[in-house]
Ligand binder design. Structure first.
Ligand code: DUT
Ligand code: MG
Length: 242
């Protein structure tokens, strides 16, 4: 069967409500199942805005966002949620146990699925270190765990839902480089059939992506693989050197 989760942006322009100028202009790209698409660019470039258009946190001003050829504006919210898992830039943990937080998108998940997701997200050790395990309490906003642990629990939560499309918005930035590398390797093995879209700050996080979009001031200024961009993109070179 055809793999599911093809994401296509067709000439997308977007303005925040009440704003004069668009924050995204003429964005076109395709992200395929089994592949990793990365988005990199300076702060304020529009990366978070771009990934928020697929789960319809906002709707485009013009152009189309399609999932397997269907405009997301024509899909039920529940269908999009079941097929797209987004790990937000500021992941949100709510008051309750780790288990509650992990089951958020898939209440019927088995314990085995939860542990499997934790292992991939490099969070298994952290959960095992206390005897309360999955029943450990998380404070509102996850204030009793570190930023990196919040990110990893939030990644595990996304994995539990087994979506067609993963959106990781700067999800690896609070991790040390070695954990980042281990996590992405495990992730790659677990998400082989899915479409993975990664927003990143660090080039090392995305150097192995199938395609990298370089976003600047709401526009895709360059695109290609890491090696191609090193040759062709002054903006990418600047990011590499920063
Ligand atoms: N913006 C708004 N309203 C919002 C969010 C963002 O006007 O609710 C503006 C701020 C910025 C542009 O949109 O000028 C793009 O912001 P975004 O958060 O998409 O940028 P980013 O690339 O994700 O930046 P960062 O690397 O800091 O996360
Ligand atoms: Mg952002």
């Amino acid at each position: 069967a055809e793999k599911k989760g093809r994401v296509e942006f067709r000439d997308v322009t977007f303005k925040y409500p009440g704003a004069e100028a668009p924050v995204l202009s003429n964005i076109s790209f395709t992200a395929e199942p089994g592949k990793t698409l990365a988005i990199i660019g300076s702060t304020g470039a529009g990366k978070t805005t771009l990934v928020s258009l697929l789960p319809r946190l906002y709707d485009v001003a013009s152009g189309d966002v399609l999932l397997d050829g269907v405009p997301v504006t024509k899909m039920d919210a529940s269908e999009i949620t079941s097929r797209v898992s987004a790990v937000p830039q500021k992941p949100y943990l709510f008051s309750g146990t780790i288990e509650h937080n992990l089951r958020f998108g898939k209440p019927e998940a088995t314990d085995e699925e939860l542990w499997d997701a934790l292992e991939t997200a490099q969070a298994k050790g952290f959960v095992e270190e206390k005897s309360s395990g999955l029943n450990r309490r998380i404070a509102q906003g996850g204030t009793n765990v570190s930023g990196g642990q919040r990110q990893r629990l939030s990644i595990a939560r996304a994995l539990v839902t087994k979506p067609n499309v993963y959106l990781f918005d700067d999800s690896f930035s609070a991790l040390d480089v070695a954990t980042d590398a281990r996590l992405r390797k495990a992730l790659k093995a677990k998400t082989r059939d899915a479409t993975v879209i990664i927003v990143a700050q660090r080039v090392s996080t995305i150097a192995d992506a199938d395609e990298i979009l370089v976003l600047d001031n709401g526009r895709i200024v360059d695109r290609g693989t890491h090696d191609e961009l090193l040759e062709t993109s002054p903006t990418y070179q600047e990011i590499v050197e920063s």
